[in-house]
Design a protein. Structure first.
Length: 344
């Protein structure tokens, strides 16, 4: 049921914003940038050990790929799954996705498109056999079920996944001694322990710890899932800025441990290392953030976010052209290439 405070979603066209920033997917990418110093070598070894423990491949057949991809030479996609799980919640008992982002990476352009998928999006979930909120997919089959739902929705392959819970989000930010973020309005939210109104923030640019940043990332009482997705993207960028700062470098050891304790992925450490080319491309990687347009919908008294069919199709073609998978429109590819040439 929709929250009484939720305002009406606006079916605006998706807004694209290009930023020339370092691309931060997983900590080892940043670790490798440190070079061959003794500290860098120590972190490299630690990152490899931690990430090996987080390696959790999923048995599945990706019908959208004729053969396995190699991120060193192929365009690939990565699904980032943020799960509403913490010390007070049972990871295996009905957890739901609180944040869902699909990143597509074009190897030749060294560019990234980052799409936020609203958690209440009304989509077909293959593991359930019927339509439901996309964040319910996780509870019926974990990361595998969520991957299948995203592939069904966007008609593009999901090559890899990165699954992180609340603890990872909190611990990474605390390991960096907080991040600077613009809080759009005063808010009161529950914390990761589900204690109501435990986090209270005022509007304005400020330093947030892990719990406070999580509250900002989760809240949607005064706006909607689209704005929430944008906030999550801004928080990710704030983490990037802090991680690549001089102060952030000294915190990498703690960050690595925070990620490793609360993450699972089917990216091997060697595959992670291939993304260093994105992080060091020119003056920084080109990231374009995307959102899905839609509006309010009530089905049998239950609230859903109904995606706009025309805008969804446009988004599909944008992602397909960026990945250059079967079914993409060549005109979009040429347009993307022209835009990238202008950006550089």
């Amino acid at each position: 049921m929709a929250d009484n405070y939720r305002t009406t979603y606006k079916a605006d066209r998706k807004k694209k914003k290009r930023k020339r920033i370092f691309f931060f997917l997983i900590v080892p990418v940043l670790v490798l940038i440190l070079g061959v110093t003794s500290y860098g070598a120590f972190l490299y070894s630690k990152a490899q050990s931690v990430m090996d423990e987080s390696y959790n491949p999923i048995e599945r057949e990706n019908a959208k790929r004729e053969k396995p991809v190699d991120p060193d030479i192929d365009n690939v996609s990565i699904l980032f799954i943020g799960v509403d799980d913490s010390d007070t919640r049972n990871f295996s008992a009905g957890s739901r996705t609180d944040a869902l982002m699909l990143a597509t990476l074009n190897e030749k352009q060294k560019s990234v498109k980052l799409l936020s998928i609203p958690r209440d999006s009304y989509v077909y979930i293959p593991s359930k056999g019927y339509e439901d909120k996309i964040n319910h997919a996780y509870g019926s089959g974990g990361a595998k079920s969520t991957i299948e739902a995203v592939e069904e929705l966007l008609d593009v392959p999901v090559d890899y996944y990165v699954n992180m819970n609340f603890n990872a989000f909190i611990d990474v930010i605390d390991a960096l001694d907080g991040i600077e973020v613009e809080v759009p309005y005063a808010l009161s939210e529950q914390d990761s322990g589900d204690r109501k109104n435990a986090i209270n923030l005022q509007a304005g640019l400020q330093e947030l710890n892990g719990e406070e940043a999580l509250a900002l990332a989760r809240t949607r009482k005064l706006d909607n899932d689209i704005e929430r997705g944008k906030r999550q993207q801004e928080i990710l960028k704030a983490i990037i800025r802090k991680a690549v700062s001089a102060k952030g470098v000294t915190k990498y050891s703690d960050v690595i441990e925070a990620v490793g304790d609360n993450m699972s992925t089917d990216l091997s450490f060697s595959e992670m290392k291939t993304f260093i080319d994105y992080a060091t491309a020119g003056t920084g990687i080109d990231i374009e953030t995307l959102t899905l347009a839609g509006g309010d919908s009530y089905i049998n008294g239950v609230y859903y976010y109904q995606l706009d069919p025309a805008e969804l199709e446009t988004t599909k073609q944008t992602l397909k052209s960026h990945l250059q998978v079967p079914g993409y429109t060549s005109d979009l590819v040429n347009s993307d290439l022209e835009n990238d040439e202008e950006a550089y």
